[in-house]
Write a protein that binds this ligand. Structure first.
Ligand code: 3AT
Ligand code: MN
Ligand code: MN
Length: 522
């Protein structure tokens, strides 16, 4: 299809049939699929590389239309304004992300190799960024001593990180590329070890790692572009990175400082949040995703895992224990609950994405509150649809209290499945709501931050004060700065609750902890 697209676009640009036929076009995959660690929920990240006369506009018109005309394609969502522009599709039930990169070459044939840095010369920034994903994955695979061992170990680490709720770039932990680079580094250090040993070394080494010493798969290289590569000696911003994990392909950068900061819209099943305006080149303070809290939490997890693996090795326990589910909702006495609400599925997708992308910043601000030791963000938001019969119910739902009778009204089939389906669903629901006056469907997405408060001083008198009004107000102000924000159709509520007030949906089959007896000194 990509070759056909190049041909059609070449003809549209007035080229002769024979030249258009020779223009070529090639695809490269990247992401988990290319690394060989994809699972049932993964997409296929695909980069479409074209010759220089084909434009990004061609891609977002001609190729987009070609996709839309295929009946195998159920969702085709262009996100042309993103930091890394993408067409998200669902093709024969498989999500595929199509990225676009235009080379400076008159023809792109099948022998084209993206690893040559000279390729990047005279390209648009977006083309360089789009090629980056593929260049990085290929370089990782090239730099590990044994790809088979690497894949096995990485699958294990990914599963572990997901179960322990520390797999998420957006929330200030690490994402797929960073985990892959960490495992790759351990593989390099132990080139002859089996995957099990790599996993064991992984936890020990990372627990002891002297951050902010960077993790590098090879020395950072200079290259032909006028762009900066990661260099804490030269750039003060780079010194702010707490856990620098540096991408091996030129231009090398700190993985967590990449585009994730600008994430905005999340689709329900197809991922890749498309951020709207391109960011200013270096946003001070916001370009490092890992915070003091998330770093501390990951470090604790490395330690716990290292101890479990030690026991596995001597036969005292099994691998199953390593993959035990996190205990986030059992761990803290107080939680911050962030409720993003709106009246339509379509709007909610963008609104929750906006709020989600800012949670990390709230965590950063909470860390400055003197009595707070740690602010632990949970990696995913909880989505709810509530049918409300009156304004009171709407208000309660939007503040995070879903009354039982409201919850009972909402049936499972109301859940939005796909963008298109969600839109249709929206129209139906709104029509129904309009018929029954006063009835409204409220979409909410709730995020949680666990609060670890400093233990009370023995000689302190009176109640301990925990004032988080500054960070929370600042956060709501910040999310409301979103250019599409509208006070009448969107809500944002941040409040702090006791663990006993956690709604039952967060426990997801787990036992709710029994109410704790307050220990009072006699
Ligand atoms: P899955 O198995 O697909 O869940 P993955 O590691 O392939 O895991 P993604 O498909 O989300 O994860 O991302 C693949 C690559 O695309 C990783 C990164 O180089 C790039 N990428 C992901 N999200 C963004 C984003 N918001 N902006 C820019 N690049 C992104
Ligand atoms: Mn992917
Ligand atoms: Mn993807």
């Amino acid at each position: 299809m990509v070759k056909d697209f190049v041909y059609r676009a070449s003809i549209a640009h007035g080229m002769s049939d024979s030249i258009a036929r020779q223009a070529g076009g090639k695809i490269f995959t990247f992401g988990s699929y290319r690394l060989g660690v994809h699972g049932p929920g993964s997409d296929i990240d695909t980069l479409c590389v074209v010759p220089k006369h084909i434009t990004r506009e061609d891609f977002f018109h001609i190729f987009l239309d070609m996709l839309r005309q295929r009946e195998e394609a159920t969702d085709v969502v262009p996100v042309s304004e993103a930091y890394v522009p993408v067409i998200q599709t669902n093709f024969m039930g498989i999500s595929i992300d199509f990225l676009f990169a235009r080379t400076a070459l008159p023809r792109v044939d099948q022998s084209l190799d993206l690893s040559n840095d000279q390729m990047l010369k005279n390209l648009d920034e977006r083309d360089v960024r789009s090629m980056g994903g593929s260049r990085v994955t290929d370089e990782i695979l090239r730099l590990v001593p044994d790809v088979h061992v690497f894949r096995l170990a990485l699958r294990c680490i990914k599963l572990w990180a997901q179960r322990r709720a520390i797999y998420s770039n957006v929330m200030g932990f690490l994402g797929g590329v960073a985990w892959a680079m960490l495992v790759a580094r351990i593989c390099q250090l132990y080139p002859n070890e089996a995957a099990g040993a790599i996993v064991s070394r992984f936890f020990v080494i990372l627990y002891q790692w002297q951050w902010p010493q960077p993790v590098l798969l090879k020395p950072i290289e200079e290259g032909p572009l006028a762009v900066r590569v990661w260099n804490p000696k030269l750039y003060p911003q780079d010194r702010l990175h707490r856990m620098p994990i540096i991408t091996p392909a030129y231009p090398s950068m700190c993985e967590q400082a990449r585009s994730y900061v600008h994430v905005l819209i999340r689709r329900p099943r197809l991922r890749h949040p498309p951020p709207p305006p391109p960011p200013p080149p270096h946003v001070a303070g916001s370009t490092h995703n890992v915070t003091g809290s998330t770093q501390m939490i990951m470090s604790q997890e490395f330690k716990i895992a290292a101890e479990i693996v030690d026991k596995i090795i001597v036969g005292k326990t099994t691998w199953k224990e390593l993959f035990k589910k996190h205990d986030f909702f059992h761990k803290y006495k107080y939680y911050l609950q962030i409720v993003a609400s709106s009246g339509s599925a379509d709007l909610q997708l963008k609104w929750e994405g906006t709020v989600e992308s800012k949670v990390r910043q709230l965590v950063g601000k909470l860390e400055n509150v003197p009595t707070l030791v740690c602010a632990h963000p949970f990696t995913k938001g909880f989505e709810q649809i509530s049918k409300c019969h009156n304004d009171d119910e709407v208000r309660m739902v939007a503040t995070g209290d879903i009354p039982e009778e409201v919850a009972a009204r909402t049936k499972l089939e109301d859940l939005p499945k796909k963008d298109e389906a969600a839109k249709e669903q929206d129209a139906v629901v709104q029509a129904q709501d309009a018929q029954q006056e006063g009835h409204r469907t409220i979409y909410t997405t709730t995020f949680y931050i666990g609060l670890c408060v400093e233990p009370k001083q023995a000689n302190a008198t009176g109640p301990r004060k925990l004032d988080i009004s500054y960070p929370t107000n600042d956060f709501t102000r910040l999310v409301k700065q979103w250019e599409q924000y509208d006070d009448s159709s969107m809500g944002i509520v941040v409040r702090h609750i006791k663990c006993s007030q956690l709604p039952s949906y967060v426990f997801d089959g787990d036992e709710r902890p029994p109410p704790k007896q307050l220990k009072r000194p006699k």
